[in-house]
Structure formats: C-alpha cells, structure tokens
Design a protein around this ligand. Sequence first.
Ligand SMILES: *[C@@H]1O[C@H](CO)[C@@H](O)[C@H](O)[C@H]1NC(C)=O
Ligand SMILES: *[C@@H]1O[C@H](CO)[C@@H](O)[C@H](O)[C@H]1NC(C)=O
Ligand SMILES: *[C@@H]1O[C@H](CO)[C@@H](O)[C@H](O)[C@H]1NC(C)=O
Length: 301
Amino acid sequence: MTALVTLLSLLLLGPQAQHGAEWTYSDGVLDEAHWPREYPDCGGKRQSPIDLQRKKVWYNPSLRALNLSGYEVQHGVFLMINNGHTVQISLPPTMCMTAADGTQYIAQQMHFHWGGASLEISGSEHTIDGIRYVIEIHIVHYNSKYKSYDKAQKAPDGLAVLAALVEVKDNAENTYYSNFISHLKSIRYPGQSTVLRGLDVQDMLPGNLHYYYSYWGSLTTPPCTENVHWFVLADTVKLSRTQVWKLENSLLNHQNKTIHNDYRGTQTLNNRVVEASFMSQVNQCSELQFYLNNTDVTLST
Ligand SMILES: *[C@@H]1O[C@H](CO)[C@@H](O)[C@H](O)[C@H]1NC(C)=O
Ligand SMILES: *[C@@H]1O[C@H](CO)[C@@H](O)[C@H](O)[C@H]1NC(C)=O
Ligand SMILES: *[C@@H]1O[C@H](CO)[C@@H](O)[C@H](O)[C@H]1NC(C)=O
C-alpha cells in the first residue's frame, strides 16, 4: 500500500517530487519555516536578511566607498530569466567590486525581491529600524581568488552581495529601469528567458556608494550558505508606482501563481556585528566610543 501511494505520488507530482518539493516562501510543504529540513544551513546562526538597527551598528571609518568597475553602460546581450522565484539577469565577469579591505569580487548575476500580495507594497529583505522597503536589488558576486562561482559558492569567504533598497516616487518613471521592466512580459512563465541588449547597472543603483552597512551573513534563499559578505547601500533607488506594480505582477511561479512577496523574513543577528561606513545620527554614542578607543585619551577622575 505504501509503495503504491509512493508510486502514485511520483506519477502525479512528476520529477519535482523525486528531488523533494520545490522550496517556496509561503505555500506548500517546503515553505520558509521548513527550509532547514532540506537545507540545514537555513537553520544556522549567521543567516540573512537581518534588521539593520541604526542604533546598534558600529561606525568604521576605514570602510571607504565601494569601488565598482565595469558597471557603467555595457554593450552586448545579457540573459534575463524567470527562475520561478524571481527575475535574474546574468552579469559578465568584466563587472567587479573592490571592497575597502581590498578584496575583489566578480559579478555573477542580479535579481530582485518584492512584495505585492494583498495590496502590500513592501518586499525588501533587509529592513532598517524595522522598516521594510518596497523592493531589494541583489548583485551577487564571488571572490576573485576562486576560479568560478561554482568553486566560490562552497568556500567560507566565497561570496559578496551588493544590495540596494527601492522607494516609490509617485509619477516619476526611472528611465534606467524602462528597458528591464518592458522585458518582464516576455518571461511570464518559469523557465522562460529573454535577452537585454545593453545594460547599465551603475545607473540602476543609488548614486551614493560611500554610505553602506556591512556584515557577514548568508544567501537569503536555499541553500542559505553562510559565506556572504553583505554590503547594503544606505542610499535608495527611486521607481514610480507603475514600475513597482509591473515588477510585482508580471511573473508566475511554478504553480502558475503570480510571484508576490518573494522575500525571506529577517533572521536573528546572534553575536554578529553590523558595521557602517558612515555615522548615522543615532549612533553618535558608539561614534564617541570609537573616537575614545582610537585616540590616546586618558580619562582621569
Ligand atoms: C577600482 O578597481 C579597479 C579594478 O579593480 C582598479 O583598476 C582601480 O584602480 C580602482 N580604483 C580605485 C579608486 O581604487
Ligand atoms: C501553467 O500554464 C501554462 C500555460 O497555460 C501551462 O502550459 C502549464 O502546464 C501550467 N503549469 C501548471 C503547473 O499548472
Ligand atoms: C570601545 O572599546 C570598548 C571596550 O574595549 C568596547 O566594548 C567597545 O565596543 C568599543 N567601541 C567601538 C565603537 O569600537
């Protein structure tokens, strides 16, 4: 009887059932709460995303502006796919990011997380002082000391993600997003792909690359590997309400349902430290502390 049921479920569910169910955010047997069952790292202590609490971040003046090279206008064709969870654009290895500590990271792909369920317009993964932004952009890179993304994704210092948050600006189309958004309708179904002719990631990002938060965390989707150096920009991208609506309502998932709220809930910080390259008004106290720690000041009584 058990064997028959197993056989039947294999026949009914097809190949997906044999390799375990496809993970989801909220529906089915492998929703967010159950990811650790199939992907143990998702239950780890250094997970992402997190809530960035401005009062608790540490100002680190040695965090200089991120150096992005090859991000400006590029010619050629760039693959853009609906992978059933998000829209993903493949990036060329000529795009790279050098962090303040000199580590060079090579771009691999960029994708988005958004809201849209039941009129909810917020869908960023990282939150700032508990506030969820509209969309979050992730540019996934791998450490240039590894030969490929595949090798780097298994290494403890393998990956870096540059993240930017989006805010709505009514009635102001962001023309740097027009080409990308107009291609969404060609990849309605999971597995479908199209190509973008030309890409300008620099202009799709916020202008200020000096101000960012940085910490060590994980991929925000299974397998949730804890090898990601995160750089979350403090400045935001502005998109019109119509542009946000199109991103939220163009793509279908593996169940042919519109992809809404494809973001993971925030994870506990545990004993990690979030650094900031800038002094926010609320962390002047730790700022003073840093100054005192790094200067030869002796407080006498
Ligand atoms: C930025 O990175 C590129 C490529 O790694 C390098 O050629 C350039 O000198 C760097 N610029 C600065 C200001 O560090
Ligand atoms: C989704 O819709 C497409 C087109 O109508 C269809 O070919 C496909 O079988 C559907 N998939 C599911 C899982 O319902
Ligand atoms: C300054 O030093 C104290 C004591 O060593 C430490 O607890 C604190 O975190 C340091 N603050 C900063 C901002 O480095």
